[in-house]
Design a protein around this ligand. Sequence first.
Ligand SMILES: *Cc1c(COP(=O)(O)O)cnc(C)c1O
Length: 460
Amino acid sequence: MPATPPDHMHAISSDTERAVDDVLDYARRRALYQDVPLDKPMTPRDLERLASGSITAGGIGARRAIALFENVLAPACISTDHPGYLSFIPSAPSKASLAFDVVVSASAVYGGSWMEGAGAVFAENEVLHWLAREFGMPAAAGGVFVQGGTIGNLSALVTARDAARRRAASDGRQAPARWIVVCSAEAHSSIASAAAVMDVDVATAEVDADGRLRGEAVARVLDEHGAAVFAVVATAGTTNFGIVDDIAGIAEAARERNVWFHVDGAYGLAAMLVPELRPAFDGVGLADSLIVDPHKWLFAPFDACALLYRDPELALGAHTQKAEYLDTLTGKPDWNPSDLAIQLTRRARGLPLWFSLATHGTDQYRASIAHGVELARRIADEIEARDGLSLVRDPQLSVVVFRRDGWSLADYEAWSAKLLDDQQGFVVPSSHRGEPVLRFAIISPLTTFELLTGILDTLE
Ligand SMILES: *Cc1c(COP(=O)(O)O)cnc(C)c1O
């Protein structure tokens, strides 16, 4: 029998108080680091040597466990909020948002149903409705914060197919043998992944020379496949280049043919909040569904994707789980976030963004997003001006893709490894049309022109 009483972990005692203090002390220190260390991964063998054996029958105690995390495990994780983290899409949570993430845990809030989490759900909806207004969606639009863009895209597409099935049934039409989703070849990998999960086909429409998908190209593919198409996906800011498709043209092509229109804005749609950039996003308000990831360019911690529907009723029809033990929830007209996506139990993961937005106001967000776009333009000019470097394409948002003339993939990889080893930056090679390239994805307002030129200097 265990030597400790069953409430040992839960009761307030000097032990549990110390554990909470130790963790919050570390969280406070980490959140307020002046210079966040970039850090880098370790081999499994090294971690095995330095960090194994923490799970024991009697426990090693909070102090030892937190020391193990602070001194060994955390330094083996690259800090995605470091201003020199420029790969993939970085993360740059505001201090207010990351601190509030601790509160979300401490409060044991359940974010799945109105009955259990009304206050949290209300605050999340304040943010979702603000976003919907900014994006030009109608007042009845609504949605939910899900784990990430991958689940957001999948949930939206499942809703779209469900709506198409119902429409076909009510029109007395036969459902097609295979459903099809239309997107561009530049669409994010999560669309193909969603299609695989849903067992539907993907038809790709060709982008123009500038990498944008346009309405005419979509219209051609739609006419080729007819009633088998259940959704069209436009990308508002491609991951590799930050290119915004011709959203208005694609929306029109979809509308004319009565096809669901989804906008994947996981990374780039945040830029629509900057007034000068709004025109590039014309037509977003016509979307039947859209996503934007607060953990990318809205300065919230992992993980959060805002998923919005023009008509949330259609999402309820597709996603509400039915069971006897849920009847008390689903029998009411309450707003239950769980019912709008692929999930049941859910963290109120929109709250860190809510708190930070409430604290700082929307103007600060617009300014912080604009910083990334301005910096991308400045460093693009600098790249053009330097011998041996050339831009692959003018940046539209905050992604800058360029090449070091004469370098092979092996050269880029060796350079990238050294840059990380020197703890100067995290920039991994990407590729474009089979050619290796370099890519700066700029999110953090702490990333400076000088930091970027310092990295360019190492390319000589
Ligand atoms: C990042 C990204 C996704 C996937 O989002 P996750 O949050 O990583 O799941 C989807 N689409 C685009 C355009 C993205 O940039």
